[in-house]
Design a protein around this ligand. Sequence first.
Ligand code: UDP
Length: 328
Amino acid sequence: MKRVLITGAAGFLGSHLCDKFIDEGFYVIGMDNLITGDLKNIEHLFKLENFDFYHHDVSKFVHVPGDLDYILHFASPASPIDYLKIPIQTLKVGSLGTHNLLGLAMAKQARLLIASTSEVYGDPQVHPQSENYFGNVNTIGPRGVYDEAKRFQESITMAYHRFHGLETRIARIFNTYGPRMRLNDGRVIPAFIGQALRGEDLTVFGDGSQTRSFCYVDDQIDGIYRLLMSDYSEPVNIGNPHEISILDFAEEIIKLTGTDQKIRFEALPKDDPMQRQPDISKAKEILDWEPKVNRAEGMKKTYDYFKSLSKEELHKSAHKDFSEHNRK
Ligand code: UDP
């Protein structure tokens, strides 16, 4: 049985990856420090014989007994609210954490895939963004802790590949959504759906003319899996190119939820990218991959998930805070 280590296993993408690799017949070792992840995302796996879990922070030395064939590094805060609340941990998991996992991959002769991001393109001046665009990032802005950690992560990963001959893969992940997103992570989809379910106004930042392109999680996981199994070591964009303005998207959510919520305009956060759309020609050509789930279908599944949460969860989750972790 092939063995895979997935970091960030209790998070949104990490937990879906655990499910995917279990379905593909792997022995899956999940790892998470549970700062932003939640064990309820993977609790259905604990009864399986081919699943194991380590509660560990990968920015500290990582030890895993036995062989490993693959490592997927998905541990990281991944929303603007998290970067503001836990900036140091965000920097450490992308830099020190990646270094530790590269060392582990060397020791185990495992192939490592890192979760990079469209944030490496910053507030892009080229549209749509293809992999050869170098980006427009403010190193010292609020998003800098994430963007620069991820850019460093790509650099150190390529250095290990070139210098040590390590097998590495780099997925540049664009906005992705679906069940198990954290309701209080501040990202636009859980924010809007949570607001609609609580009967609050939908908060559109700026005038809502900024755009995003949302990829349903099943498509994202399929793309990542194909990339891992490919022989391509340079970065590949994985995302859905179907672009929409945030204002139009808010209106779509009001229709979807059948609520009569109003839209409230709030200040645009600093360095909020004005437009984002992946150029996925490379993924099409190399991985024979493109998204299959359209937004109406994906949003319905996502809304059904959020509707199934208890009232308590819906309200409590708006107030989770990170003060305990910030003291560390
Ligand atoms: N956004 C918004 N209202 C919210 C949360 C987010 O208008 O309550 C906007 C945000 O300013 C950004 C877009 O939605 O332009 C996507 O934000 P998100 O945090 O989901 O992702 P990212 O900016 O990292 O792509």
